[in-house]
Design a protein around this ligand. Structure first.
Ligand SMILES: Cc1cc2nc3c(=O)[nH]c(=O)nc-3n(C[C@H](O)[C@H](O)[C@H](O)COP(=O)(O)OP(=O)(O)OC[C@H]3O[C@@H](n4cnc5c(N)ncnc54)[C@H](O)[C@@H]3O)c2cc1C
Length: 396
């Protein structure tokens, strides 16, 4: 009987396990997760759960008996300590050795950190376990400093304002969400934050995070400006969790490098989700996608590749035009494709009325779509992006 081991109880790992069973795999499926919590919807961590409008129990992906009914062994609070790529086994933190015929590394990403003085109240937000310290800091009433106005920083700033905290947000770019939004939409978000009372400072080059001597955080910009708050949230991006892959001797380059079949450099070992670096078959470029829907789709595709490799066949090649969303102040922003702030932009609708779609082009080709209140048009634009870029399996 074949054994599949999956490291990571995030959406990529869990979807892979479900797909194995849905496709009729009858061997053993073991999913290992370092987190205490059963598999849950990570995007809720910076939204409903932080706001308190949902709970850890409500954001679980599946009911407790779902896994046993499918004979999927989901083990939480278990760390995969080492992978023996030649001997095809995973050693757990407990010392137990789990042999595998196929292994999926769905180890996700970790919050990027910045240098700061020891003892300074610096937080990050990635998991359910991170919510309580952040919520405690928000509720303390001594103000929160959010470093980084990307998707997570912006969502936390919005939630913290809704909870009545004083919020200062520092961003190195000219506008929030600068990496992914056309400037007109970035400016809309800057206005939204400021109208709701966030002290948003853009084009800030942070020079240091220290203590002000009274237990508060002191942020200093390189132009001499300073800000203080009871606690700081670092929301400056994430780094792929490649620790296990590196120890196993796999090729790593901004993520675990995989081919078109999600195969790593070691036979029998696959990777998917935020941790994996794979070539996009539409654009021909390598990279990582850090979106919920992508991690889910990759988990399913990687499971099919594992099944194919176990049966000596090859799975159909897969690639997608990515899509993600962000919720702030009760509005949902949807993003498809690979928009960048320097793309040519065509706006349909009314940005100020939160009813628009912005199509972005690069080199004449449709490359991205950004919308509020127009889900159907966003889906259509996503299909048009796929047509403009021509899926090319031969690049694989
Ligand atoms: C706060 C927050 C909000 C987000 N909001 C959105 C959103 O609104 N829309 C959107 O599209 N995307 C959002 N995302 C991104 C999305 O959640 C991720 O892209 C997705 O969860 C990635 O899934 P994954 O399975 O690849 O990895 P992860 O969800 O990171 O899961 C990886 C798991 O592997 C575990 N692990 C790692 N190493 C080991 C080991 N050695 N042993 C055992 N376990 C291990 C980790 O503990 C973790 O539980 C958000 C992310 C965060 C952090």
């Amino acid at each position: 009987m074949n054994a599949v081991v999956i490291v990571g109880t995030g959406i990529a790992g869990i979807t892979a396990a479900e797909t194995l069973r849905a496709e009729g795999f009858s061997g053993t499926v073991t999913v290992l997760g370092a987190e205490d919590a059963p598999p849950y919807r990570r995007p809720t961590v910076s939204k409903d759960v932080l706001l308190g409008t949902s709970t850890a129990a409500k954001v679980q992906l599946r009911a407790a008996d779902y896994w046993s009914e499918r004979d999927i062994d989901v083990r939480t609070a278990v760390v995969a300590a080492e992978v023996d790529a030649r001997g095809r086994a995973v050693r757990l933190g407990t010392g137990e050795r789990l042999p595998f015929d196929a292994l999926l590394l769905a180890t996700g990403a970790r919050a990027r950190t910045l240098d700061h003085d020891a003892g300074v109240a610096v937080l990050s937000l990635r998991s359910l376990a991170d919510v309580t310290p952040l919520r405690t800091a928000i509720d303390r009433g001594t103000g929160v400093l959010v470093v980084g106005a990307g998707l997570i920083g912006s969502e936390v700033a919005a939630a913290a304002r809704e909870l009545g905290a004083e919020v200062t947000m520092l961003e190195s770019a000219a506008a929030p969400l600068h990496r992914v939004l056309p400037p007109t939409v970035g400016e809309l978000y800057a206005r939204m934050h400021r109208e709701r009372g966030v002290a948003l400072h853009t084009s800030v080059r942070l020079a240091g995070l220290t203590s002000d001597g009274d237990g508060a955080v002191l942020a200093r910009a390189d132009d001499g400006r300073t800000w203080t708050a009871g606690a700081a949230l670092l929301a400056v991006g994430s780094v792929p969790d490649t620790r296990l892959a590196e120890v196993a001797g796999l090729t790593v380059d901004d993520g675990i490098v995989v081919d078109e079949q999600f195969r790593t450099s070691a036979p029998g070992i696959f990777a998917a989700g935020d941790a994996a670096n794979r070539r996009c078959l539409f654009r021909g470029e390598r990279g990582r996608t850090e979106h919920w829907n992508s991690a889910q789709a990759q988990g399913a595709a990687a499971a099919r590749s594992m099944l194919a490799s176990l049966s000596g066949s090859v799975a159909p090649v897969w690639s997608e035009v990515p899509m993600c969303w962000s919720s702030q102040y009760g509005r949902t922003l949807q993003i498809a494709g690979w928009p960048r702030a320097d793309d040519a932009v065509e706006v349909h609708g009314d940005v100020d009325a939160f009813d628009f779609i912005a199509l972005t082009r690069r080199g004449g080709r449709l490359v991205g779509a950004v919308a509020i209140g127009r889900p159907k048009e966003l889906r259509e634009a996503r299909s048009r992006i796929a047509q403009d870029w021509e899926f090319d399996a031969s690049q694989a």
